[in-house]
Design a protein around this ligand. Structure first.
Ligand code: ASP
Ligand code: MG
Length: 456
C-alpha cells in the first residue's frame, strides 16, 4: 500500500482532477490510499465567507457561498459519470445547505468560534474528497470514499488538533487498510474529529500531516506528496537558476531546510512517517515522470559535502550589548524572556562575553521588545538582513568547509556566523542585497561536480 497526497492546486479544476486520476491509475497495483486537500483556494474562501457572516454581512456571505458552490459544481460536473450526476447534485446540495445553516448561525451570534472555524473549514476537504472519488470512478477506477472524521481521531484543540495516535492508528488499520486492499480509497486531508464526533482540523496546510498519519496507520510502504515542483533543489531557482534536484535527502537535512522557504514540506508533518521508517517522496503532479525527492530516515551517503544552500531574506538582527554581562549569570535568560513575553521566535543566536546578536523574522512586536531590552542593555537593530545556510550531513566532520565558505564570500560582509547544534548546517547573516552573489558563488563552489547517486 502507498499513500498519495494531492494539494489544493493539484485538484483545483476538472482538468487537474483528471490529471490526478491518470497518475493514480498508473499506480493502482500499489494499492493507493489517496489524500486530497480542498480544491484550489477553497479553505481561504470558506473562512472569508464565515468572517463576512460574523461581521454582520450575511448577504455578502451568502453570495460567497453561492460562488463556492458554483465553482465546485462547474468543475465536478465535467468529471462525473452520467449515472453519478444525481449523487453529485445531492452531495453539493447537502453540503452547501449545511454550510448555509452555519453561516446563519455565525451571523446570528456575530462570532466565529474555533469550533465553527473547524466546522466551516472542514467543508473544503469534505467536498473535494467526495468529488475526487466520483472523478476516479469516471476515469474507470473502483474508488471508495472514507470520511476522515471517522478514522482520524484527535484531541479537543479546535483549529490545531493533534491526533490521538493509538486510537487513530487502530481505526486506520481496521477500516482503511482492508478497504485499500480492494479499492482505491480517497480521503480528505486536514480534517478529523474528537471522540464525541465534533469536527476538528489539524491546522492550516494540515493535509501533508494527514497523509503521513494515514501512511503510518496503515503501514504504507511509501508516502507520496504530489506538489507542483520537481522536488527539493540544491538552491532556490529564483535566486540561482540551474540548481539540481536532490534525489535523496535525510529527514534531518530536510528539517534544516524547511525553515528556509523550502516550502515543499513542513518537517513536523512527516514525523509519523519517519517514526515508522516509511520514506516520503515529493513529486510533481504536472511532471509525474520525474522521480522527485525521497526523504529517508537514515543519513544518505554523498560525495558532495553539502546537499543544499538555502536562504531567508527580510531578517531583522537585534544586537544587545552590556558590560554588565561580563562574567554575570542570568543575562541571556533576561534577554530571551523578553522575546518570549512578546511571542517572538528567535532563529539564530551568537554571543560573545559582552554582547548577544540574534535574528528574528517576525518583527511585529519589535518596538516593545526594543524598549524592554533597553532597560538592561544597549540595543541596536538592523533590518533587511538575510540568513544563508549551507546544509548537509557531511558538514559535520568534514574539515575545511568553513574555509571554502569564507573564500566564496570574499568581499561580502558577514555579520553573524553559526554552526547549529545539529552540525548539519553552517549558517551566516549578510546584508539582504548580497544574497544573490553570495548564493551564486557558494553554489558554484559546492556543486561544480555532482554525486550522480544523489543529484539530478
Ligand atoms: N486545505 C487546508 C488548507 O488550505 C489544508 C491543506 O491544504 O493542506 O490549509
Ligand atoms: Mg497545501
Amino acid at each position: 500500500m502507498i499513500v498519495m497526497k494531492f494539494g489544493g492546486s493539484s485538484v483545483e479544476s476538472a482538468t487537474a482532477i483528471a490529471r490526478v486520476a491518470t497518475i493514480v491509475q498508473a499506480r493502482v497495483d500499489r494499492r493507493p490510499v489517496v489524500v486530497v486537500s480542498a480544491m484550489g483556494k477553497t479553505t481561504n474562501r470558506l473562512l472569508a465567507m464565515a468572517r463576512s457572516a460574523a461581521d454582520g454581512q450575511q448577504s455578502e456571505a451568502m453570495r460567497q457561498l453561492e460562488e463556492l458552490k458554483e465553482y465546485h459544481r462547474l468543475e465536478a460536473s465535467q468529471i462525473v459519470r452520467d449515472e453519478d450526476k444525481a449523487e453529485l447534485a445531492a452531495l453539493l446540495d447537502g453540503h452547501f445547505d449545511e454550510l448555509a445553516q452555519m453561516v446563519a448561525e455565525i451571523a446570528e451570534v456575530e462570532e466565529f468560534s474555533p469550533r465553527m472555524v473547524d466546522a466551516v473549514s472542514s467543508m473544503g476537504e469534505r467536498l473535494s474528497s467526495r468529488i475526487v472519488t466520483l472523478g476516479f470512478r469516471h476515469a474507470g477506477m473502483d474508488a471508495a470514499h472514507v470520511d476522515s472524521r471517522s478514522v482520524l481521531i484527535t484531541d479537543t484543540r479546535h483549529t490545531q488538533a493533534s491526533p490521538l495516535f493509538p486510537r487513530t492508528y487502530a481505526r486506520m488499520r481496521d477500516v482503511v487498510a482492508p478497504l485499500a486492499a480492494k479499492q482505491v480509497v480517497v480521503m480528505g486531508g486536514f480534517i478529523g474529529s474528537m471522540q464525541d464526533g465534533a469536527t476538528t482540523t489539524l491546522g492550516r496546510g494540515g493535509s501533508d500531516y494527514s497523509a503521513s498519519i494515514v501512511g503510518a496507520g496503515i503501514g504504507a510502504e511509501e508516502i507520496q506528496i504530489w506538489t507542483d515542483v520537481d522536488g527539493m533543489l540544491t538552491c532556490d531557482p529564483r535566486i540561482v537558476p540551474g540548481g539540481y534536484r536532490i534525489k535523496t535527502i535525510s529527514f534531518a537535512e530536510a528539517a534544516e531546510l524547511a525553515y528556509f522557504g523550502a516550502k515543499v514540506l513542513h518537517p513536523a508533518t512527516v514525523l509519523p512517517a519517519v517514526e515508522k521508517n516509511i520514506p516520503v517522496l515529493v513529486l510533481n503532479s504536472r511532471n509525474p515522470e520525474v522521480s522527485g525527492t525521497r526523504i529517508v530516515k537514515e543519513t544518505v551517503p554523498c560525495r558532495n559535502v553539502i546537499k543544499s544552500i538555502a536562504c531567508k531574506t527580510g531578517i531583522t538582527v537585534v544586537k544587545v550589548q552590556s558590560l554588565r554581562m561580563l562574567m554575570a549569570h542570568g543575562f541571556l535568560h533576561r534577554i530571551f524572556e523578553v522575546f518570549d513575553r512578546f511571542q517572538t521566535p528567535v532563529d539564530m543566536v551568537t554571543t560573545s562575553e559582552v554582547s548577544v546578536s540574534l535574528t528574528i523574522d517576525n518583527d511585529r512586536n519589535l518596538d516593545e521588545i526594543r524598549e524592554e531590552l533597553t532597560r538592561i542593555a544597549e540595543v541596536e537593530v538592523e533590518r533587511d538582513r538575510a540568513i544563508v545556510s549551507v546544509v548537509g550531513d557531511n558538514v559535520r566532520g568534514t574539515p575545511g568547509i568553513g574555509a571554502r565558505i569564507f573564500r566564496s564570500l570574499a568581499g561580502i560582509n558577514v555579520l553573524m556566523v553559526s554552526q547549529g547544534a545539529s552540525q548539519l548546517n553552517f549558517s551566516f547573516v549578510i546584508d539582504g542585497t548580497e544574497v544573490r552573489p553570495a548564493m551564486q558563488s557558494l553554489h558554484a563552489e559546492f556543486f561544480s561536480t555532482l554525486d550522480p547517486e544523489v543529484f539530478a
